[in-house]
Ligand binder design. Structure first.
Ligand code: NAP
Length: 570
């Protein structure tokens, strides 16, 4: 019954808890989904493997961790009161501040009571007769629900390369995406960090402040843009508060979910001098505004891109005093933004310190971890602490750790053996009533903005089912195939496929199927497409009702033309 949790025993006498919905994950997506479904009168059980909420913001507490989105858009927009009462302290808030924000949201909306922490979901199996998901968590406790929502995060399963010899290392080692809750003291220590992605770029300048020596192992240099963080004043906060309507209007339309304006300028509109001046202004403004508020063709046009790429290289050469180190830090063989650019907080400046050295492993890879450090070819680099800032198995990674089975017992792992297949990045054919928040093939962009659009769409789909006496929703295989094609078309219209080892192409994980993992058609376009899918009466979906005798009767099979929502089921 809606609104009530129901504990029962099955025919074997084992306990089974009935809820309307199970949500997996208590990060930004899971918390928002819980609130949405609860507001709609559903009983919801959330499972979270970590001992506390936050998802990314629980696990990634490495030194320097903070958002690369401006605080005023890295937030929920569903509650004006929440918006009005929360004060961000900086342009780019720290991990701790985002974690406190999410905790505040959880307390304010009394979310914790429906979250089971330290609870890993082991399997979710769809039962066709009852149109219910059976969810089993570690320890064997079972739950049955009509709706299964995975809010696993797009970058939540850390990737640590399997270097030979780690077990012999006599120092400490840590993975940034599973950073310990206790403080790691670098004072006087020799620290080695492997990786130079967005994570390492944040950690390096801070670790360098206390470590005796910091050795940075770089395989591929990045185009690091200056963040230009600052503390917000009361005056600025008031300005933000009074502009929220405008902020969300812009963010929902923006390709990556940011409250940025379009540049309105392309390379051919300006002289070379003006071009440099505009890039300079973007560089000084900081953050992703360098990309989005300078030239609209930076990610589309090779020449415009190369001007921006060379501009950044020249900045690196100007900042880093040792010319050899500067050249090694300059990306040369791929265009800017074809990999997600990190934001730096004095990253390049850190290489001017006497205690920081860069080791180029682009030609000679790491051979092994030794008892004393890291061996590259003939050279051994001693270390007391090794940090793996080596990224994530993005998009699909965390799905491989739950045994998810849809119709006919088909496993999701098998279904996605060649890469994910979804409709809208939310639903999967053969997996009725399973919804993904920030799943593979959903947009890559500012997460809270992406999440809220998806959560509202899922909430509306559930309402549609319930108001029409329907039990299940599932995309047609044609819709899934079309979505896949659309993703290819969008990414192929950009320079993004040229990125080296890009995680959004699955190219950072050895053996992972290569292919675009996210929707790059833009957050605004995505929102419109999702809205159209609902407005068409879910024409690209099959909506079913389960008859009392347990047999499914098809109420509506997906159509390609617009039609009103079905009103009743025969
Ligand atoms: P990443 O961008 O995938 O970087 C991983 C780094 O590890 C790369 O430098 C990679 O080199 C290196 N690496 C991987 N395997 C290696 C190996 N076998 N030997 C040597 N080096 C190896 O991961 P990340 O830095 O964690 O960032 C991932 C994403 O998380 C970001 O792009 C961003 O979207 C998100 N993130 C966001 C924030 C924020 O918003 N504040 C902060 C951190 C991360 P190659 O490049 O050669 O593969």
């Amino acid at each position: 019954m809606p609104g009530q949790t129901n504990d029962q025993q099955d025919h074997n006498g084992e306990s089974l808890t009935e809820v309307d919905a199970v949500v997996i994950g208590a990060g930004i997506g899971g918390l928002r989904m819980l609130h949405q479904l609860r507001e709609q009168g559903l009983t919801v059980q959330v499972f979270e493997a970590a001992p506390d909420l936050g998802g990314t913001w629980f696990w990634n507490r490495y030194p320097g961790a903070r958002t690369d989105s401006e605080s005023w858009t890295y937030a929920y927009s569903f509650s004006k009161e929440l918006q009005d009462e929360w004060d961000w302290s900086e342009r780019f808030p720290t991990q701790d501040e985002v974690y406190r924000y999410l905790s505040h949201v959880a307390d304010r909306f009394d979310l914790r009571r429906d979250i089971a922490f330290d609870t890993r979901v082991e399997s979710a199996v769809y039962d066709e007769d009852s149109a219910r998901w059976l969810v089993t968590v570690a320890g064997g406790r079972r739950y049955r629900c009509a709706y299964l929502v995975t809010a696993l995060g797009l970058l939540s399963l850390p990737y640590k390369p399997d270097f030979k010899g780690l077990e012999d290392f006599e120092g400490q080692w840590h993975v940034t995406g599973r950073w310990p809750q206790e403080e790691v003291d670098f004072t006087g220590k020799r620290v080695a960090i492997i990786g130079t992605g967005a994570t390492a770029v944040q950690a390096v300048p801070l670790i360098a402040q206390t470590a005796a020596q910091l050795t940075v192992f770089q395989r591929t240099p990045n185009y690091v843009l200056p963040a230009r963080n600052y503390t917000l004043t009361d005056f600025e906060r008031e300005g933000i508060r009074s502009s929220y309507d405008e902020i969300w209007r812009k963010a929902r339309k923006h390709p990556f979910g940011y409250a940025f304006d379009r540049a309105g300028v392309t390379k051919s509109d300006v002289t070379p001098e003006e071009h440099q001046r505009i890039l300079e202004r973007g560089w000084e403004t900081g953050g992703f505004r360098f990309v989005f508020e300078t030239f609209d063709d930076m990610t589309l046009d090779e020449e415009a891109n190369e001007i921006a790429s060379e501009f950044v290289r020249n900045k690196i050469r100007a900042i880093v005093k040792d010319p050899e180190t500067a050249e090694l830090l300059c990306p040369k063989d791929y265009p800017i933004v074809s990999k997600r650019p990190p934001l730096g907080h004095f990253y390049y400046e850190a290489f001017n310190r006497d205690n920081v050295r860069l080791v180029d492993i682009s030609q000679t890879p790491i051979d092994e971890i030794t008892a004393n450090g890291i061996r590259v070819g003939e050279d051994e680099y001693t270390a007391d602490i090794i940090i793996f800032a080596t990224g994530f198995d993005a998009g699909t990674g965390s799905y491989n750790y739950i045994d998810i089975r849809g119709r006919g017992g088909e496993t999701l792992e098998k279904k996605w053996a060649d890469g994910p297949r979804t409709h809208l990045g939310i639903t999967i054919d053969g997996f009725p009533n399973m919804f993904m928040v920030s799943g593979p093939q959903s947009p890559f962009g500012n997460i809270p903005v992406v999440v809220e659009g998806t959560v509202e769409w899922i909430g509306n789909a559930v309402t549609h089912l319930r108001e029409n006496g329907l039990d299940t929703i599932e995309p047609t295989s044609e819709a899934v195939a079309s979505w896949w094609q659309l993703l290819q078309d969008y990414i192929n219209a950009t320079l993004l496929p040229k990125g080296r080892h890009s995680w959004f192409l699955g190219a950072n994980i050895p053996g992972k199927p290569r292919g675009v993992l996210f929707f790059f058609g833009g957050v605004g376009t995505y929102r419109k497409t999702c809205q159209a899918a609902a407005d068409s009466g879910y024409a690209d979906f099959t909506l079913d009702s389960v008859a009392p005798h347990g047999q499914a009767s098809t109420a509506h099979v997906g159509r390609t033309t617009s039609r009103p929502a079905p009103q009743s089921v025969s």
